[in-house]
Design a binder for this molecule. Structure first.
Ligand code: HAM
Length: 527
């Protein structure tokens, strides 16, 4: 091998962010902070308090809340088995891999011997209570122990003794649950409801208004505005009342927030999808009508006739649009209570001056919704143009083992919100608050003074750049320019011994002499 080739091989791997994830860099992060700060401010004026919930939760929480048949739960969750016993999950993967079997199985029984000792370890850990003590695990362990008691322990290394048990061992090791199934949160509503129950929040003054900001994870096909790690600003109202004014106020809050950010092209779509009394009848009617036109629908919609006919209404397939427009509409099939609730929500929105667009095809992709649903779109986003989705979910807290509770909320896709702001000309630089001051210093004494000056200026709220190594003044001023500094503070031997510092305004080159004690006040006047 040539020297060049050897060197090439040694080159360390360059890493890249995993598909669907990305780094958010300055200056864009300044805009993210401004958006989040605005959320804190606006939401506080509506009486919301911030909640921070874990990034991972039991898989079952999301399966139960969002629904096992939804795309999110059935296809998109990042789920892993998290065992209390180190390496147990990895060892199982290894022992069950074909790679391992090929490595050790040469007509003998080494793989079965290894599998047997692994299975015995699993049983021990189960008995030490380090594995989930579920009824399924208990039954598996009992059955396994019964079967392996037939192995002659004195000859258990021999292939002819062990091989008949190969299948039993494989089945046990494959099926036993080594740890709790855990999932990176795909959304926050389920976690907020879990927290409401866990902390007995029904005992607090009702309703409880909470919001939460942070990353969510869904294994979707990445594209503009769609990521596998994305950020939501989520708000929930939980309590005993489903008064239509609560629906309207939640919507008013998110619209106020968007207005405050000067988000452009905002359109609010609303709908009422009924409740457990009227929706099932409508879904059956829809299914029957869809079956009549099945042949004219694409494969996705055909499948959904069986699994979830409501989702057909979501279809963006061009050829299906004229068919969908002729389908029965939920609005004509609401029960009296749902119809009255919907009418009242609209009245409450009118009272608040919130403009909306009724969209009977707005069904949401999560199972917990009932009655009010809404979605907000904005400019500059292409096909992934929903910046916010939400709705009412009475009964969800009960479904998760809590007391009967009403709920409504929304989540804003923060990535899309930022994208829309950037596409419509909001500069992240405009969010920088204080001017930058560059300290050009030369000499050891000047350095000590520069450190002191930096500390005082930063305490006063100025952004200060203090070069870590000495530079000639010319170079330092060039650097200050490149960084977009407004001022340069020049500290050399002369300045330190006279106590008169030089402050240069970079835009016009003006230089002034100042005493240390006057510097902060002088700069504040220039803001
Ligand atoms: P969702 O409609 O699944 O609802 O998500 C809300 C918003 O999150 C979407 O409108 C979109 O802006 C953003 N979003 C969703 N998936 C992605 C993705 N892969 N990449 C970028 N942005 C995305 C919920 O999550 C409900 N928990 C909302 C809710 C709260 N309902 C009641 N309370």
């Amino acid at each position: 091998m040539s020297e060049g080739a050897a060197k090439k091989e040694e080159k360390p791997r360059k890493f890249q962010a995993i598909r669907g994830t990305r780094d958010i860099l300055p200056p864009e992060t300044a805009l993210w902070n401004r958006v989040e700060q605005t959320a804190h401010e606006v939401f506080a004026t509506f009486g919301f308090g911030e909640i921070r919930v874990p990034i991972f939760e039991p898989t079952e929480l999301f399966a139960r809340a969002v629904g096992s048949d939804t795309d999110i739960v059935s296809k998109e969750m990042y789920t892993f088995e998290s065992s209390e016993v180190p390496n147990l999950v990895e060892l199982r993967t290894y022992y069950l891999s074909s790679e391992y079997a090929e490595d050790v199985f040469v007509g003998g029984s080494k793989d079965t011997v290894d599998l047997l000792s692994f299975a015995v370890k699993v049983v021990d850990e189960f008995e030490n209570r380090a594995l989930p003590q579920t009824s399924e695990n208990l039954a598996l362990v009992d059955d396994f122990l019964k079967k392996v008691s037939q192995i002659d322990a004195t000859r258990s290394e021999r292939a002819d003794v062990l091989n008949p048990f190969r299948e039993v061992l494989h089945n046990f090791v494959r099926s036993v649950q080594l740890g709790d199934s855990t999932t990176l949160r795909p959304e926050a509503t389920a976690s907020v409801c879990r927290a409401y129950i866990e902390h007995n929040m029904q005992q607090l003054p009702q309703p409880v208004k909470l919001y939460c900001i942070g990353p969510m994870f869904r294994r979707e096909r990445p594209q503009k505005g769609r990521y596998r790690q994305f950020y939501q600003i989520d708000a929930e109202v939980l309590g005993g009342s489903d008064a239509p004014a609560i629906d309207a106020e939640v919507i008013e809050m998110v619209m106020t927030f968007f207005e405050r950010l000067r988000l452009e092209g905002v359109q609010l779509d609303i709908n009422c999808i009924g409740d457990k009394n009227c929706r099932p009848k409508y879904v059956e009617l829809l299914r029957a009508e869809l079956s009549k036109v099945k042949d004219k629908l694409g494969p996705d919609s055909q499948r959904r006739i069986e699994t979830n006919p409501l989702r057909v209404l979501d279809s963006k397939v061009k050829e299906e649009q004229s068919i969908i427009e002729k389908l029965p509409r939920i609005g004509d099939h609401l029960c009296e209570d749902c119809a009255a609730h919907y009418a009242a929500v609209k009245r409450e929105l009118d009272l608040r001056g919130v403009k909306y667009h009724e969209n009977w095809r707005l069904v949401r992709g999560l199972d917990y919704y009932m009655r009010t649903t809404f979605e907000i779109t904005a400019k500059g986003l292409g096909s992934q143009n929903a910046v916010c989705g939400g709705g009412r979910y009475d009964g969800l807290v009960e479904l998760l083992g809590g007391p009967p509770t009403k709920g409504i909320g929304f989540a804003i896709g923060e990535d899309r919100l930022i994208l829309s702001l950037l596409e419509t000309g909001h500069s992240p630089l405009a969010t920088r608050h204080s001017p930058l001051l560059y300290i050009a210093w030369m000499g050891e004494k000047a350095y000590a003074t520069a450190i002191r000056a930096a500390k005082n200026l930063r305490n006063a709220g100025f952004r200060v750049e203090l070069p870590p190594v000495e530079q000639k003044f010319g170079k330092a001023l060039g650097q200050a320019d490149k960084l977009g500094a407004c001022f340069a503070l020049i500290l050399g031997d002369n300045e330190v011994s006279s106590g008169e510092w030089t402050l240069k305004t970079l835009a016009d080159g003006k230089q002034e002499k100042l005493r240390e004690s006057d510097l902060v006040e002088h700069l504040k006047k220039q803001l």
